[in-house]
Design a protein around this ligand. Sequence first.
Ligand SMILES: Nc1nc2c(ncn2[C@@H]2O[C@H](COP(=O)(O)OP(=O)(O)OP(=O)(O)O)[C@@H](O)[C@H]2O)c(=O)[nH]1
Ligand SMILES: [Mg+2]
Length: 391
Amino acid sequence: MATTVDKIKEIESEMARTQKNKATSFHLGQLKAKLAKLKRELLTPSSSGGGGGAGFDVARTGVASVGFIGFPSVGKSTLMSRLTGQHSEAAAYEFTTLTTVPGQVVYNGAKIQMLDLPGIIQGAKDGKGRGRQVIAVAKTCHLIFIVLDVNKALTDKRVIETELEGFGIRINKEPPNIKITKKDKGGISITSTANLTHIDHDEIKAVMNEYRIASADIAIRCDATVDDLIDVIEAKNRSYIPVIYALNKIDAISIEELDILYRIPHACPISSEHGWNVDELMEQMWDKLNLRRVYTKPKGKLPDYSEPVVLRATACTVEDFCNAIHKTIVEQFRTAIVYGKSVKHQPQKVGLSHELADEDISESLASFPRIHKLRIYWSILTHEPVTIIKR
Ligand SMILES: Nc1nc2c(ncn2[C@@H]2O[C@H](COP(=O)(O)OP(=O)(O)OP(=O)(O)O)[C@@H](O)[C@H]2O)c(=O)[nH]1
Ligand SMILES: [Mg+2]
């Protein structure tokens, strides 16, 4: 019986034979959708060698996690030890690291977890080595450092990108601006605000047909490809993760070669061994993680700039802020007083749903209905309310 991998190969060769033209676009759309379904089958944990596994699942700590992906011996563990002080075995032979090794960096007051991972090899996504477990961990990270050896950076870069793409990871990309609303009847209706140069209605219908979606409204607001459409249908299996290419071992190349490496987008040339340029890597990491620091301020006092509450841009409302300090604060919450970029007036009273900006200052106010108005201050060190003062 043909395995899933055999079926994938068969479809890929059929696609290579089929030239895209008006007559074949339905067929090509169908093949691409079939391929995406088979690839998903291959990656579900029930099939052999899926994600997880001993030594790979580590407790997540901090506000965000960064996974290190790369071929063996490119210097991932050396970088880990350099950044975190957490020793991760590094050696001149390949596959020195065999499990996930966690460490922590505190940057701009944010605790960021670093995950040193074993080296992967070409074919990792198809089950070679422990590649699937490794990429499965990377898929749950907020940022990936693709660590490359500068001596073979460009070829390795392409191979690793293909491995991650094949696992449903979309690198430095936003989800496509396509909205699919399934309906009970009425067939497929397509509206597009952008000029579609890569996909026609036949292809879209073929993909929907392959996914057994008979009726839906599809609103396309970008110059989408078939792959974009499939990514939206397969949204549950896709992760959109920012990536920085850490081009390691620059101590082994000339200044002229370094100049060329600087042109690669999203790249940061470094030497883990000598600690060269790792501060720029940290700056780039900070920008990509898109974190927001919110300082607490007791009434009548200066804000505490030493230990901000750090939130992710996807969860940065006043409610998230309160929950990050103590779960009970939301129950007692009445209004927050905010200074900073997120408000028009300085300060301004805002509710739980207000989105905070980086470096905002929040003076939070809680009230108990039965007792006269009380103001709660809390300690961000112990995460407990500490002082209750009658107004
Ligand atoms: N010249 C130079 N060598 C480096 C640098 N960083 C690491 N190395 C060397 O590269 C070799 C491999 O380093 P590791 O940190 O073990 O590499 P790894 O990517 O963790 O390897 P695996 O765990 O096997 O996947 C070691 O001999 C390191 O000393 C660097 O910046 N410059
Ligand atoms: Mg290692």
